[in-house]
Design a protein around this ligand. Structure first.
Ligand SMILES: NC(=O)C1=CN([C@@H]2O[C@H](COP(=O)(O)OP(=O)(O)OC[C@H]3O[C@@H](n4cnc5c(N)ncnc54)[C@H](O)[C@@H]3O)[C@@H](O)[C@H]2O)C=CC1
Ligand SMILES: [Mg+2]
Length: 316
């Protein structure tokens, strides 16, 4: 490799080669990753970066000139840019718009852009340029709720609550929605503590329910996961805002009661089965494994695999 294409210089050359610069106005300065302008405002110029699928990503927050660009001028610039990208065979355009630049959403929509997703401070619009119907992946399809079935094997009691804001007051396991980046078991332990004051630890995953067009999921589907937790504190101090009642109930009473939801009743019976015949019959245990991406790990849940099967290679 020539000396000039070594190390950081090579990285800069490659990064510039992947940039897509376009428009009739003055050129942008190419200093570092920022897009600082070195010429007067009014330039109708948009800069994007190529992704590995052949699409172009444009982050409006990085284009300083847009602060003083009106929506009509933006629409002209974007239209010209889209034409150019289309002629270059790009398959899609991603437009990242900070919330304070939302005045550019309508002009983009008039050119065929649609919302792909939104976060609290920005939205992402996309436009498919490839042949046939769009092959861009959609965004989130489910919300994830997690409950904790906190079972005390010594007393055979199970922790149950009645929600305050529900139409019917039925016994259920304490739980709630998972936060971004939160492990399933951590959600169960956190929600149980927030709603009941009981401290517990994760033991296993017991069930997964999938329900579409769930009323509380903003039109998305709902994934509701119930975990088996082991308590290590026992004094209830329940959240009055979220719960109407909270108690340690005999597992056999929860199995019998009609004042519960079908899923709670089913999981109560599953726990009874596990208690009588061994929790290995019902538990999906968790193990952390390395992801193929360097430095990342994930949690895998499945029935316990005997150690000799973890290394076994053949059928013998
Ligand atoms: N079958 C069962 O036993 C039940 C299962 N679930 C599942 O539990 C999960 C969610 O659990 P939650 O306890 O509901 O979540 P959560 O414990 O995270 O509480 C949600 C909170 O948000 C509030 N809230 C919800 N919508 C609101 C709105 N539009 N405006 C203002 N406040 C609002 C609620 O009052 C509650 O305080 C879901 O996966 C759901 O399917 C929930 C209830 C019963
Ligand atoms: Mg809750």
């Amino acid at each position: 490799m020539p000396p000039l294409l070594r190390g950081s210089y090579r990285r800069v050359v490659l990064a510039l080669a992947h940039r897509v610069v376009l428009g009739a106005g003055p050129r942008w300065s190419a200093g570092g990753s920022s897009c600082a302008r070195d010429s007067p405002l009014g330039a109708e110029e948009l800069r994007g970066e190529l992704d590995r699928f052949g699409g172009v990503s444009v982050r409006l927050g990085r284009l300083d000139a847009l602060d003083r660009l009106d929506p009509v001028a933006f629409q002209r610039a974007l239209q010209a840019a889209v034409q150019k990208w289309r002629s270059e065979g790009r398959v899609a355009v991603w437009l990242h718009i900070p919330i304070l630049q939302s005045r550019f959403i309508a002009p983009a929509a008039s050119l065929g852009f649609c919302f792909h997703h939104a976060e609290s401070d920005s939205s992402m619009l996309s436009l498919w340029l490839g042949d046939g119907p769009s092959r861009l992946p959609g965004y989130a399809t489910h919300q994830v709720g997690v409950a904790g079935a906190v079972f005390d094997e010594n007393t055979r009691k199970i922790l149950v609550v009645q929600d305050r804001n529900k139409l019917k007051n039925m016994w259920k396991f304490p739980g709630g929605l998972s936060e971004p980046g939160e492990d399933i078991g951590d959600t169960a332990v956190r929600e149980v503590f927030e709603e009941t004051g009981i401290k517990s630890e994760f033991r296993s995953l017991l069930s997964i329910r999938q329900q579409h067009t769930h009323p509380g999921a903003f039109g998305k589907s709902d994934m509701y996961i119930i975990c088996r937790l082991k308590p290590y504190s026992f004094t209830i101090n329940f959240c009055q805002r979220e719960c109407l009642k909270c108690e340690w109930m005999n597992l056999s009473d929860l199995v019998k009661t009609k004042n519960t939801t079908p899923i709670t009743s089913r999981v109560a019976r599953l726990l009874l089965y596990g208690y009588k015949e061994g929790f290995d019959k019902i538990d999906l245990t968790m193990e952390e494994l390395p992801a193929v991406y360097t430095g990342l790990f994930y949690k895998l849940y499945h029935k316990k695999l005997p150690d000799n099967y973890k290394t076994m290679t053949g059928m013998d």
